[in-house]
Design a protein around this ligand. Structure first.
Ligand code: PBG
Length: 320
């Protein structure tokens, strides 16, 4: 028997146009979301430009740039001037994110404005909910999360994205939005958000590291995938319009499992640590940032994500 193969997969790999004809996964800017941090004082970040903080003026300039490069969607995070036990800065009418929304919405009517709904940037202790007797109290946190989501919608958010991981938050937010006339505002639930070591650079940018303990009492155990599917299922039953897996690269199997189990739009968050690892390795001369970023983002899509939140969204606009 001849060892010369009849089937030669290399035939379609010979040239770029041949490869293009059979490519299974493509990146397109209209499925990318750029996270942005807004704060009373700007804070540049040369090493990790995606983790810079903007004040309102700086934000408008940055978004001018993003819109001009055809970025379609933003995810806003706020760093308030003051933090307290009730996370007042998260839900007050003139909170920093609410101000940003009111400035952005009329100026960039074509941009999709998403907001992260969580309390950790706004609580004095840095936890994602209300702390009672040293513990994050699930049900007491729901009311503040719902209030935060409504205030974002009132200020002009198109989509609210709860990232707190309290049980029942999607239902509480859906009910509050509907009660306030925002029945058309979608919820993108961070359904399977893991207690991950890859959030480090974010917590510095957002000044949201917990002052005591960690988030393992509410975020998911990295070892679990069936539990992620239960989280997604519950969020969808409570009215989530889209679900999210976070982080992305260490959890491609979870993205794939969610893709196969659910029909809803599926998002993945390519988090700060994933971005920082590539950035620092590129700075050391060990790998090419653009190639590594495009490969990472393609892998996330190939695993089954529809939309991707990534700090590379701005660069992607130039690369594609
Ligand atoms: C808020 C929140 C976090 C991230 C998104 N929303 C941090 C955390 O849970 O500690 C992380 C995003 C990133 O690392 O890029 N709860």
């Amino acid at each position: 028997m001849s060892s010369i193969p009849v089937t030669r997969l290399r035939r379609f790999r010979r040239t770029a146009p041949l490869r293009g004809l059979v490519r299974e996964t493509r990146l397109s800017l209209d499925q990318f979301v750029m996270p942005l941090f807004v704060a009373p004082e700007p804070l540049a970040n040369e090493a990790l430009p995606g983790m810079a903080r903007f004040d309102l003026d700086g934000l408008l300039r940055e978004v001018d740039d993003l819109a001009a490069s055809d970025v379609r969607a933003l995810l806003l995070f706020g760093v308030p001037a003051e933090k307290d036990e009730e996370a007042t800065g998260a839900w007050e009418e003139d909170g920093i994110v609410q101000q940003a929304l009111r400035a952005l919405r009329p100026r960039f009517p074509e941009l999709v404005l998403l907001t992260d709904v969580c309390l950790c940037e706004y609580t004095s202790h840095g936890h994602c909910g209300v702390v009672v007797d040293g513990d994050v109290d699930n049900d007491r946190s729901l009311e503040l999360l719902a209030r935060t989501a409504v205030s974002h919608a009132e200020a002009g958010a198109h989509v609210v994205a709860p990232s707190d991981m309290m049980d029942g938050r999607v239902g509480a937010i859906r009910e509050a939005l509907d009660d306030h006339g925002f029945d058309a505002t979608p919820i993108l639930a961070y359904s399977a958000k893991y207690a991950s070591a890859f959030y480090g650079p974010f917590r510095e940018a957002a000044d949201s590291a917990p002052a005591f303990g960690d988030r393992r009492g509410y975020q998911m155990d990295p070892a679990n995938v069936r539990e992620a599917l239960r989280e997604c299922k519950i969020d969808l039953a409570e009215g989530a319009d889209a679900i999210m897996i976070k982080p992305a690269l260490p959890y491609l199997d979870v993205i794939r499992a969610a893709r196969e189990a659910f029909q809803a739009p599926l998002a993945a968050y390519n988090v700060s640590g994933e971005y920082a690892m590539v950035k620092s390795a590129a700075r050391a001369g060990w790998l090419d940032e653009r190639a590594a970023a495009l490969e990472s983002l393609t892998a996330i899509k190939r695993a089954g994500a529809d939309l991707i939140v990534s700090y590379w969204t701005k660069d992607l606009a130039a690369w594609l």
